[in-house]
Design a protein around this ligand. Sequence first.
Ligand code: MG
Length: 260
Amino acid sequence: MIGEPVIVAGGGTDAGRVRVSNQDSHLMAGCVFAVADGMGGHAAGEVASALVVARLAGLAERPTLRPDDVRTVLADANQAIIDSAARNPAQSDMGTTVTGLCLVQVAGSTHWLVFNIGDSRVYRFADGTLTQLTEDHSHVAELVAAGEITPREALDHPLAHFVTRALGTQDFVDPDIRVFPPTPGERFLICSDGLTRELADDLIAHVLADEPVPQAAADRLVGLALAAGGRDNVTVLVVDHVASPSEPVGTTTPRARAGG
Ligand code: MG
């Protein structure tokens, strides 16, 4: 039996330099990591993003997870947001993106599972290469995919913030889910669009390559997003799957600690 991945993570969030409140929420609990970017007036976005993160936190309490557990929790969170909005008129327009990463059991072995609804993102950084694992569910991502605009033009597009999938806005939840085996030494970045609208991927990759401590890398990325304008709430989690050749084979308890 192969030892479970050893994980070290760090994260940070900031309202930014323009928005009065921070509607992003995030989770680092056990081997479950998530970022949610809420939307809606009267602070309702904060309610929606906090609600899905609280539901996902429940997954971290379970001894083992399977992909269907993640799907079920996302569907439950969607219904809870819809129900809350139905009871509270001030929340009528609320919704949230959510994306993240957790360890699941598939066919008897441990795998990473990446989930996504909306335009927050998960990236994998390994061997010096930054790869976006999630696909944005946004109008501009569809235009880019169709070749009608460039990724650069997408940033300034009038509908740049329009997401085509979110929790709380549709009865049916359709998350993207991908599952793959862990590789020691890999690093993951989970972030809201407040990071990726401000910083180009090559600068993000440079920071991830240059800063070995996850908390310090997350802090630097948040700081750079603020320095670049900070036009939106920004949330960054950096999750390292530590390469530990000294780790005894047979260790079975996934370990994670926040704060790197
Ligand atoms: Mg945002």
